[in-house]
Ligand binder design. Structure first.
Ligand SMILES: *Cc1c(COP(=O)(O)O)cnc(C)c1O
Length: 369
């Protein structure tokens, strides 16, 4: 049984993106290196930054590998990093920092709140050793979107380096990196650009990257070394995920065809509006306040205590849609993603299925048809 993914990545991709993988490409010749270089240039354009000031590093692995690559490559022994978290991905950065023995501080707020720029300013003023700040943009744990603009101002005022995990937002919402003041941005192939899993990418300031020379704690995740090789002519340092790269090239073409980030954002925002308001009408209360809700994924409370997520999940999956379990500590909830090759018609269909499920199972709280 085929189904569409209403998960935040991997997500449903187009047939043409999948077809792009039906080639076993070699990696050493100019054809392939040109593809890599072209991808790198396009990513800079999407981030609204120039090739003279910024550069791109593609890194094998899932998104967390790319985040870990940045943290373990640029935060040296004399440095200190403040990690701001309000969910599992902020916490993962903290775990990564702890694992590498980085000198770090973790500022954590509740999963339903956003890290506060004023509080971050207070932390930075109190600790002049902090010279790096990291934060997640779209916290996929809940679907909340954090205020990177206000935090960037505070970080810049403190002359620290700003690292943003924009994994589930880059490509789906405009992030003008230079204008905001982001030094390192991390995302991956299988989220809003709508490629398939296999590599992550880092967009960063060239001058900041240069400062990381010799600081990396690992060989394979060393972004400085990876960049040295890749920036020369597009060669990947170690085996590259060739099929994923071809799919990504196609996905970038399709992003342009759709009308770029603005058009994709509109589709995602529309999908999100339909699912959030529709589910709420059926009795599924959203977790995140509307003013902090991002356009990518929504967390819903269970509608009543006897609600069986497993049962609901099966019903939707049998009918063509896979949703996502919750990840919030101590709250019974689940998530519905709305990114990827999915449209308002899919959202309407899911709402219809959710209503059918409630009526079929004749449960308390079910809205009458
Ligand atoms: C998906 C995601 C990641 C990376 O997760 P992987 O499973 O390693 O790909 C990191 N941060 C955020 C916010 C994400 O949504």
């Amino acid at each position: 049984m085929e189904y569409k993914l209403l998960t935040p990545g991997p997500l449903t991709t187009t047939a043409t993106v999948k077809e792009a993988m039906l080639v076993d490409h070699c990696t050493w010749d100019d054809d392939y290196k040109i593809i890599t270089q072209h991808i790198r240039q396009q990513l800079l354009a999407l981030a609204h930054v120039s090739e003279t000031e910024y550069t791109t590093i593609l890194m094998q692995g899932s998104g967390s590998f790319a985040v870990e690559a940045v943290l373990s490559s640029i935060v040296g022994e004399k440095d200190k990093i403040l990690i701001c978290g309000n969910g599992a991905y902020g916490a993962r950065m903290q775990q990564s920092a702890a694992r590498y023995g980085l000198n770090h501080l973790y500022y954590e707020v509740a999963e339903t709140k956003i890290p506060d720029a004023t509080e971050i300013a207070t932390i930075l003023e109190a600790d002049s050793a902090i010279n790096f700040v990291a934060m997640v943009h779209s916290e996929t744990t809940s679907g909340i979107v954090n205020d990177i603009e206000s935090v960037a101002k505070v970080v810049k005022a403190h002359q620290a380096t700003f690292i943003v995990d924009a994994m589930s937002s880059f490509g789906g919402i405009e992030i003008p990196m230079a204008e905001i003041g982001i030094d390192f941005l991390v995302s991956s192939a299988n989220k809003c650009i709508q490629g398939v899993p296999g590599f992550g990418f880092i967009i960063c300031r060239r001058d900041q990257l240069a400062l990381s020379c010799g600081k990396a704690r690992t060989l394979s995740l060393d972004i400085f070394d990876q960049h040295q090789v890749m920036d020369r002519d597009g060669k990947w340092r170690f085996t590259s995920p060739t099929h994923t790269v071809l799919a990504f090239q196609q996905a970038l073409k399709e992003l342009v065809q759709e009308g770029g980030i603005a058009a994709r954002y509109n589709r995602y925002a529309q999908n999100n509006h339909i699912i959030r308001t529709g589910m709420e009408k059926l009795g599924f209360a959203p977790l995140i306040a509307i003013e902090n809700q991002g356009p990518f994924i929504t967390t819903f409370h269970y509608p009543f205590p006897e609600f069986s997520f497993a049962d609901f999940y099966e019903y939707l999956k049998e009918n063509g849609y896979a949703i996502y379990p919750g990840k919030i500590s101590e709250i019974d909830c689940f998530r519905i993603g709305n990114i990827g090759e999915v449209y308002p018609s899919d959202m309407m269909k899911v709402l219809q299925l959710a209503e059918e499920y409630l009526v079929k199972s004749n449960v308390k709280g079910a809205v009458a048809l």
